[in-house]
Design a protein around this ligand. Structure first.
Ligand SMILES: Cc1cc2nc3c(=O)[nH]c(=O)nc-3n(C[C@H](O)[C@H](O)[C@H](O)COP(=O)(O)OP(=O)(O)OC[C@H]3O[C@@H](n4cnc5c(N)ncnc54)[C@H](O)[C@@H]3O)c2cc1C
Length: 529
């Protein structure tokens, strides 16, 4: 404990002002709680951030495409009235082949493939949308538990059973079956076009330590496409970059009365006996509250802020074994002009571009990551937001943002020596698709998973705060003993991407956590009465 002790001003402290921490703060403040959010970085939003990386050139430095924002949360928090505006919505996905051919996915339709593949994609999309509706019911509530069930859990399970039944026998069987195989096999079952299969597979593996043949990649695909069930037909670009969304979440939380303090890194969770009672900042200041909620990832929360000595051995082991090995790097380019991609009409340059010609190419790129090496021919998701948003670069100039996989967090040779070479490989890949882009380059920056860990405080630089795999998802996220947003430490809760339903800019983990905390508190009061 320290000299500066602040007792009793707040009833809830949230560690981290990522979008989920801010959503949680907003709903709790709306429900009358006195909430303080403590953020390590100098601005709120977490990986929903915009940063200048070269004079006059700004980029979404973490998440760049909005695919999963829950519309109910956006509405309830009034994000539009707090400054959220879109530069573009319902972007198409353009998959580029090495020979200059390409296909364009626009919602349920796809052009640039055979008629039979186009029809198959329509069926695939529609079926996945139905699966998404089942997941939506599950994602939008605290996940149930199979043991020690409450009425609430029984109701959630009943609802899940009912929505599965409503799928009908064929869809239900298909969902059970595809959930157990991988996106490689599923894409092969549906399509002939290698490029289309690769585009589908990319959505199963982006952000994850998985190749198309890995188990759990169908769940990864469905998770990423949850926005389809909410009526999106493609990703959106936030005007001003993703940081503008982070600021809108912060304004909404403040609007309901929450206080946000940036540059306030929490060093540890204070305990009295086995109960969490407050936090101590790196500055030495201690703040007390009845309820502590962590938006930091589960490993940070339990290993760094709580510490193994306060956890029982079995739970400590689960935390240790929680997989959060990031494999995504982020490439940012400042460009003198709009690059020209071979064979691509310039009008499509502002869509979501995929550089992943075949599923085998993606799988080979992933193989390296298994052995602590970076891919020799990385795959990429590319966005050039300045086609739609002139606020990010000087007139006539552009910024390019790309997710580059696979770049393992634990690179054998270390990122100090590997970073420059990997960046060059990524630039070489781009040059193949957009000859001359190298000459347009004014500045470039690569964030490896180690850099992302440093910038956003996420263990392993993993953008879901931990792998989205069935043993770490749904009923089990992040791990038995810490699911349903509560933890083995009384008074300590989780609200970030590491909890149900996982990562992506969605907001549901934050909202579900707020509801779980409110319920927990009212149950406690009932018991005490
Ligand atoms: C490179 C990259 C690209 C991505 N691309 C996309 C994309 O295109 N679309 C998409 O939907 N998602 C994308 N994501 C994923 C998405 O950004 C995350 O899943 C999401 O930001 C998680 O939100 P969160 O609020 O749970 O956590 P975070 O955004 O990680 O926020 C957690 C906050 O807690 C703070 N914190 C941690 N420890 C402490 C501490 N000790 N004290 C105080 N504060 C602390 C951190 O500083 C951070 O602000 C991407 C992520 C990355 C990294």
């Amino acid at each position: 404990m320290t000299d500066a002790l602040n007792k009793g001003s707040y009833d809830t402290i949230i560690i981290g002002a990522g979008h989920n921490g801010l959503v949680c703060a907003a709903y709790l403040a709306k429900a009358g709680r006195k909430v303080l959010v403590l953020e390590a970085a100098s601005q709120p939003g977490g990986a929903a951030a915009t940063r200048e990386f070269h004079p006059g050139f700004r980029i979404s430095s973490g998440a760049h495409l909005l695919t999963q924002l829950n519309p109910g949360i956006a509405r309830e928090l009034g994000l539009a009235s707090h400054g959220l505006a879109y530069a573009a919505r319902d972007l198409k996905t353009v998959a580029l082949a090495e020979d200059g051919a390409h296909l364009v996915i626009d919602g349920a339709s796809v052009s640039g493939v055979s008629a039979s593949d186009a029809a198959a994609y329509g069926r695939f999309h529609t079926q996945n949308k139905r699966f998404g509706k089942v997941l939506d019911g599950f994602f939008s509530r605290r996940q149930p538990t199979l043991v020690d069930r409450s009425w609430d859990d029984a109701f959630s399970l009943l609802k899940l059973g009912w929505s599965l039944r409503r799928l009908g026998k064929d869809d239900m069987q298909d969902l059970m079956r595809v959930g157990l195989i991988n996106i490689y096999d599923v894409a092969n079952e549906h399509f002939d076009s290698e490029l289309l299969k690769a585009a589908v597979a990319m959505d199963g593996v982006l952000g994850s330590h998985m190749g198309p043949r890995s188990p759990n990649t169908v769940y990864g695909y469905l998770h990423r496409h949850i926005g389809d069930a909410w009526g999106n037909t493609g990703p959106a670009l936030v005007r001003g970059g993703m940081g503008a969304l982070g600021q809108a979440f912060a304004a909404a939380a403040r609007g309901f009365g929450a206080e946000i303090r940036c540059d306030s890194k929490v060093a540890l969770v204070e305990m009295q006996g086995c109960r969490a009672t407050g936090v101590t900042l790196e500055s030495g200041e201690t703040l007390l509250a009845d309820t502590i909620i962590s938006n930091a990832d589960p490993k940070t929360t339990f290993e760094k802020l709580v510490g193994h000595p306060s956890l029982d051995a079995g739970f400590s082991r689960r935390v240790h074994n929680f997989r959060s090995r990031g494999v995504s790097a982020k490439l940012h380019l400042a460009l003198d002009a709009l690059p020209e991609f071979t064979g691509l009409d310039g009008a499509l340059a502002g869509e979501r571009l995929l550089l992943a010609p075949t599923m085998d190419h993606i799988e080979r790129a992933f193989n390296h990551a298994k052995y602590g090496e970076y891919s020799q021919a990385p795959v990429m998701e590319v966005s050039i937001p300045t086609v739609h948003d002139d606020s990010l670069a000087p007139a006539g100039k552009h910024v390019l943002s790309a997710i580059v996989q696979f770049a393992p967090y634990a690179l054998g040779q270390g990122w100090d020596t590997g970073k420059q070479a990997f960046k060059q490989l990524a630039l070489d890949q781009l040059e193949q698709y957009a000859p001359g882009i190298g000459q347009q380059l004014l500045a470039s920056e690569l964030s490896t998973p180690v850099d992302l860990e440093r910038e956003f405080g996420m263990t392993g630089g993993h953008w879901h705060h931990g792998e989205i795999a069935l043993d770490q998802a749904l009923l089990m996220r992040p791990m038995p003993g810490a699911h349903q947003y509560s933890t083995p430490i009384p008074g300590l809760f989780l609200c970030g991407a590491g909890s149900h339903p996982g990562g992506g800019i969605m907001g549901l983990a934050g909202r579900n956590a707020a509801e779980a905390v409110i319920k927990h508190q009212s149950n406690g009061k009932e018991r005490a009465a």
